[in-house]
Ligand binder design. Structure first.
Ligand SMILES: NC(=O)c1ccc[n+]([C@@H]2O[C@H](COP(=O)([O-])OP(=O)(O)OC[C@H]3O[C@@H](n4cnc5c(N)ncnc54)[C@H](O)[C@@H]3O)[C@@H](O)[C@H]2O)c1
Length: 351
């Protein structure tokens, strides 16, 4: 979902989604050495991506072994980490599965969990390439679930999205809302969720579908979602395009909180859907204001018509995730945005 991104591109608000802000809890997953049963081996697809790198770092920090399966190379310092096995390949082809099966055959300690993050992640991209989106987001999820079933890998965690819910008006989104997606992206993630739950219901497998809201944080320079677009515009002095009135509400969750949610789902062997968001919505216009405050830059906004598929409001309720996963968001929006700004400025200074 990367590709060249112009700072003047419209602020996309599609993959963003409320509720009362859950009180920040201690992150029980930071300091643990291994999961509930000690160090584990996790198969991580998309481990070279934005969220994947954070999940990888956390798993390694607590001593878990990780096999990363990704099209892109594993980033430093994990490219030289003996605790990280790497399989480079395209999940829509047979090759990485062949390599993986071969390794599993001779691994005395094969993976006990699969975290599946690789996907067509762009809402707009999925509208341009619905078939390719289906192949990766649905068919490959099925193939990995089969791998879990046939190899006895007992935990499967899927990165899903609030975009599965589509237009729910101003209703607060929780896990009970029926999926009515507005885009191929949301539809394929909803389908993948159903596969995960169906496998969990039928086989000896814990299957979690974590519905992330808009994930933001350091390391997202290659992304085309609205936080990096605003940061690029703030750096360059360009305007930032806002869809419609900009009064649509969005929920942003920090990447460290998103990754903590993944580890919680592994450790709890959680089966079901969970909302991983901040629980504190802001309108797009408020967000632009927050970025202005954090960056000290004028960041002029230009209103353009909203494209089809734009969610009118995203307000999520994350309280259930505390009960189900022992997870709650910790990073506040201003603190999080300040970290992204530091990251962007640092990259600009380096470049
Ligand atoms: N970032 C968000 O705001 C957000 C919100 C909701 C859900 N999600 C979901 O979280 C997951 C991770 O998102 P991200 O933001 O880290 O995305 P990302 O694009 O940064 O990372 C995706 C990774 O998957 C890899 N990949 C893509 N196609 C592949 C293929 N065919 N074979 C093997 N690897 C492939 C990419 O190389 C990349 O490293 C995705 O499933 C996404 O749908 C993300």
């Amino acid at each position: 979902m990367t590709g060249a991104v112009r700072p003047t591109d419209p602020v996309p608000t599609g993959d963003v989604p409320t509720g009362a802000h859950a009180t920040a809890q201690h992150d029980h997953h930071d300091d643990r050495s291994g999961g509930a049963d000690g160090p584990a081996h996790v198969l991580l697809t998309g481990g070279s991506g934005f969220i994947g790198r954070e999940v990888l770092a956390r798993l390694r920090k607590r001593g878990d072994r990780v096999t990363v399966l990704d099209l892109a190379p594993v980033p430093a310092p994990f490219d030289e980490d003996p605790g990280v096995d790497r399989i480079a390949g395209d999940l829509t082809t047979d090759e990485p599965y062949r390599v993986l099966e071969e390794r599993l055959d001779r691994d005395p300690e094969p993976p006990t969990a699969i975290v599946h993050l690789a996907a067509v992640t762009s809402v707009l991209g999925s509208k341009e390439r619905p078939e390719a989106t289906f192949r990766l987001n649905v068919a490959c999820t099925q193939r990995l679930l089969e791998l879990a079933r046939t190899r006895g890998i007992a935990v499967f965690v899927l990165a899903s999205t609030n975009a599965v819910t589509g237009d729910v008006g101003t209703r607060v989104i929780d896990t009970e809302i029926a999926p009515t997606p507005l885009t191929p992206y949301g539809a394929t993630k909803a389908a993948a969720e159903m596969l995960v739950l169906g496998y969990a219901g039928s086989y000896d497998l814990a299957g979690a579908a974590l519905r992330f809201t808009n994930v933001y944080g350091p390391g997202m320079a290659a992304k085309d979602s609205f936080v990096p677009r605003m940061m690029r515009a703030a750096l360059s002095g360009d305007t930032v395009k806002v869809y419609g009135t900009g009064r649509q509400s969005r929920d942003l969750v920090h990447v460290s909180d998103a990754a903590a949610g993944v580890l919680a789902a592994i450790d709890r062997r959680f089966t079901g859907r969970a909302v991983i968001g901040s629980g504190e919505s802001v309108t797009v216009l408020e967000l632009v204001d927050r970025v202005r405050a954090v960056t000290g830059r004028p960041l002029p906004a230009e209103h353009v018509p909203a494209p089809k598929g734009e969610m009118p409001a995203v307000r999520v309720d994350v309280r259930r995730s505390l009960t189900d996963l022992g997870w709650a968001p910790r990073v506040g929006l201003d603190e999080g945005l300040a970290g992204v700004w530091r990251d962007f400025r640092g990259a600009a200074a380096d470049g």
